[in-house]
Design a binder for this molecule. Structure first.
Ligand SMILES: Nc1ncnc2c1ncn2[C@@H]1O[C@H](COP(=O)(O)OP(=O)(O)OP(=O)(O)O)[C@@H](O)[C@H]1O
Ligand SMILES: [Mg+2]
Length: 276
């Protein structure tokens, strides 16, 4: 049975039929994503194809117009029902808003996102940036949060930057702090949105190395990336998004060496041979 058909108990996240329009721009037209525990799913596609919107929908940062997202054991978040409630009368809107808030929180609390730009607080030190979420959001005691943060910083080789400010770090170091900040929340799911695309080429490797280590350690990850070599080496499954749908999904070897769809082939050609 293929991965996409198997609804076994090791599924961590299931998203079905995700729809999203921005005004008249119908960006997502029924996107399905399934992520098994410990699996790395790479999401590829042209600029503007909706990759970020998919990622943000998976953790409730975006509010799709329709579709379901279910994160292992949590409530199934029914975005279609939420949209219907928003269009209803006063009582339905009020009850719907309350339910939507709870459902979104259930998704958001269990996943953490690493952004294209690191989004660190500029006037806080590395350590303060890392413990902010655990202390402020999760109410973890400061001493405990500091201990965990120091461990994580050591793991990515940044112990000596503990008290530095973001502007004192290289882009690659800043992005590694961004990853540590996500890890400090101890999420079930890590979401990466092109974490290396804003970096100078020589800094890309150090960030991808950390991400590969996380994958090897068994973290469950959904990674939007243009780094096809990384996707080929690290991903268990690759999803190609185009025209608002997942046009093709499969093992990296199959997608990259022998794509079934013309659209996938043309996209890969454009990335691999940009001057042709
Ligand atoms: N908040 C928003 N308001 C209006 N339009 C939006 C918004 N967010 C995204 N869009 C539109 O939705 C489409 C998909 O955007 P999205 O950022 O998801 O694409 P992407 O695949 O991540 O692109 P890129 O590779 O450039 O990051 C684009 O046409 C974009 O302009
Ligand atoms: Mg994007």
């Amino acid at each position: 049975m293929s991965r996409t058909e198997d609804f076994g108990s090791d599924i961590l996240l299931t998203a079905r039929g995700i729809e999203k329009s921005f005004g008249s721009n119908h960006v997502l037209r029924g996107v399905d994503v399934q992520v098994r525990r410990g699996e790395v799913v790479a999401l590829i596609g042209a600029s503007g194809s909706g990759k970020t919107t998919v990622l943000r929908s998976l953790n409730g940062l975006e509010t799709p117009d329709a579709g379901l997202v279910e994160l292992d054991g949590g409530p199934a978040v029914d975005f279609g029902a939420q949209a219907a409630a928003r269009a209803g009368g006063w009582a339905a809107r009020r009850a719907g808003a309350r339910r939507a808030k709870v459902e979104r929180a259930a998704l958001r609390d269990r996943s953490a996102m690493v952004f294209q730009h690191h989004n660190l607080f500029p006037h806080r030190t590395v350590l303060e940036n890392v413990i902010e979420g655990p202390c402020q959001v999760q109410r973890i005691p400061r001493a405990t949060a500091i201990g965990r943060a120091e461990e994580l910083l050591a793991r990515v080789g940044l112990s000596d930057k503990r008290d530095a400010y973001p502007h004192e770090l290289s882009g690659g170091q800043q992005q590694r702090v961004g990853i540590v900040r996500a890890l400090a929340l101890e999420p079930d799911l890590l979401l990466f949105d092109e974490p290396t695309s804003a970096l100078d080429p020589e800094l890309v490797g150090e960030v991808l190395t950390v991400m590969k280590e996380l994958a090897d350690e068994g973290w469950t990850m959904v990674v939007v990336t243009h780094e096809l070599q990384f996707a080929r080496q690290v991903a268990d499954e690759v999803l190609f998004l185009d025209g608002g749908v997942v046009v093709e999904r499969g093992a990296p070897a199959q997608i990259f060496s022998n794509p079934a769809e013309d659209r996938t082939r043309r996209f890969l050609d454009r990335i691999l041979h940009p001057l042709d």
